[in-house]
Design a binder for this molecule. Structure first.
Ligand code: SF4
Ligand code: SF4
Length: 343
């Protein structure tokens, strides 16, 4: 019996009681319609740029994380990517109680309580002025609005590495494709430079949106988290029907290579039967020959605290190496798929 897995509970609301709903996750600015070139007018909200990444596609890559996601997976390790707008993180352990941030707030949204700094969400406009005044690294604004040329300038710093290693750019999140115009323009700009392009996606998007990015992609790293729709919905907030339909659409599109990824979560999908059911879906997709099993870890745990979100994986331990090896052997012995642990 898996005692840690027993503690993974289903939420009252998808994602947990105090995690923002998915409403508004696609409100990232994408186009002002004022500038002359499409590349100049498109903006996105970026919350992390990870250079020298080697797990998100071939070669040396830069992985760019965009905000906004239509899912609320219980195990999400990037909760700062859930909402589609910049937001504050508060590291209470660093706070000196100096009141600088309170004085800096133009909306009088912040106050200091016996439990540390508190913000009235109805007054806070996420302007970030308080974070600029905090000299103790207790406040951090997650999410910077960037144009495509601004991001390209950043990405060009590693252009030599992409060329020498046949690497490139991967967009991740959140669900990067919620910022559709930005993604499409960025992929086009990357291809113009001769760089490989990839996306890590839930594929929980509409068909028209997919059509806008697929021509500019070389690789799609797509999650299939569970083959059973009811259980998928229970732990992610959405059913899997659209995701499975899109998996087939991408596979039959005849463009980018499709690789299936499965985060392996104790108590959710870590049995041989559940992994083989996902493999059966993957094997039915034309051209798909690889599955990545991504073991659950708890590295995002502190971020939940910094964002004052509930952490639903409390009491659930990381997937053990033994369990990961066992599932790897199950896939190897029962399917035609190449199975890799990790990305
Ligand atoms: S982000 Fe802006 S509005 Fe919100 S608490 Fe800080 S200074 Fe005030
Ligand atoms: S400025 Fe920083 S250290 Fe000072 S009270 Fe605000 S959060 Fe705490």
């Amino acid at each position: 019996m898996n005692t840690t897995a027993d503690k993974l509970t289903t939420p009252d609301t998808p994602g947990g009681a105090n995690i923002p709903s998915t409403t508004g996750t696609t409100n990232a600015p994408s186009s002002t319609g004022l500038a002359d070139s499409a590349e100049e007018q498109t903006t996105g909200i970026v919350f992390n740029i990870q250079r020298f990444s080697v797990h998100d596609g071939p070669g040396i890559r830069t992985t760019v994380f965009l905000k906004g996601c239509p899912l609320r997976c219980a195990w999400c390790s990037n909760p700062e990517g859930l909402t589609g707008a910049p937001q504050l993180m508060y590291m209470r352990g660093n706070c000196a109680g100096c009141l600088k941030c309170i004085e800096a707030c133009p909306n009088h949204a912040a106050s200091l309580t016996e439990n540390g700094r508190a913000v009235d969400p109805s007054l806070c406009e996420s302007c970030g002025m308080c974070a600029k005044e905090c000299y103790f690294d207790a406040l951090k604004m997650e999410g910077a609005i960037m144009t495509v040329p601004e991001l390209m300038k950043e990405l060009r710093k590693d252009a030599n590495h992409y060329r020498r290693s046949d690497g490139g750019i991967t967009l991740s999140g959140g669900e990067a494709l919620t910022q559709l115009s930005f993604c499409a323009e960025l992929f086009k700009a990357c291809h113009a430079e001769g760089w490989h392009t990839a996306v890590e996606t839930t594929a929980y998007i509409d068909r028209d949106s997919l059509d806008k990015v697929l021509p500019h992609l070389d690789l799609v790293l797509m999650d299939i988290k569970h083959a059973d729709s009811a259980k998928h919905k229970e732990y992610t907030g959405v059913p899997n029907k659209r995701i499975l339909q899109n998996a087939r659409y991408i596979a039959e599109y005849g463009g980018p290579k499709l690789v299936i990824r499965t985060p392996v979560i104790p108590g959710f999908n870590d049995t041989a039967e559940e992994i083989l059911a996902i493999c059966a879906v993957a094997q039915s997709l034309p051209g798909v020959d690889t599955i990545h099993l991504l073991p659950f870890h708890r590295m995002g745990r502190n971020k939940y605290e910094h964002m004052q979100y509930d952490y639903r994986m409390e009491g659930v331990g990381p997937l053990t190496q033994e369990k990961a090896s066992e599932l790897h052997a199950v896939v190897r012995d029962n399917t035609q798929l190449v199975c890799k642990i990790g990305g």
